[in-house]
Ligand binder design. Structure first.
Ligand SMILES: [Zn+2]
Length: 172
């Protein structure tokens, strides 16, 4: 996907560009191409970006460590503020003060919007924190019998032996 030159969006129909997505992202390993749509709308001092996209990725189960395929979908929308300041401006040496604005995305108004980077971020956010191959996953199946089971079997064998002795003793 080609990056969009932000000023050019204002020339587009309804200041909107719709990108059809049907491709792999080099930064995200997926089994199938990412399919969907990204819509970028220029609102003067911000971009209104939204996407519906889906793909299939391979995850490793947190419990049993088996790999499984997961349908990853995103239905994201985000406001990206446009910074009008020319990039050559040297920031004034004022004290750094964190405001709410620092926590939102900003792009230079005369710069580019990269749909690859943005979609990658949205898909990463959609990856489940807890990865389970299935809700009922019992975890790693024990290969070795638990000690208790072996012990029980020995006791059982011993009990059988005693039972036989008893029968021989009384039967003969
Ligand atoms: Zn599992």
């Amino acid at each position: 996907m080609k990056a969009i030159h932000i000023p050019q969006l204002t020339q587009a129909t309804e200041q909107t560009e719709v990108i059809e997505v049907n491709e792999f992202l080099p930064s995200l390993e997926t089994l199938t191409p990412i399919q969907g749509q990204i819509r970028v709308n220029h609102q003067g001092n911000y971009l209104d970006v939204s996407a519906q996209a889906e793909t299939i990725i391979t995850l490793a189960c947190d419990r049993c460590l088996q790999q499984y395929n997961h349908r990853l979908t995103t239905n994201a929308s985000e406001i990206i503020w446009l910074d009008e300041a020319p990039p050559s401006t040297v920031p004034e040496p004022t004290e750094v003060e964190l405001t709410a604005e620092d926590l939102v995305e900003t792009l230079p108004a005369r710069g580019y919007f990269d749909p690859n980077v943005w979609l990658y971020e949205q898909l990463c956010l959609a990856i489940p924190q807890k990865q389970l191959c299935e809700q009922q996953c019992a975890g790693i199946k024990p290969v070795v019998e638990p000690e208790g089971a072996i012990l029980d079997r020995r006791w059982a064998a011993l009990a059988d032996l005693k039972q036989n002795e008893f029968q021989e003793h009384n039967g003969g």
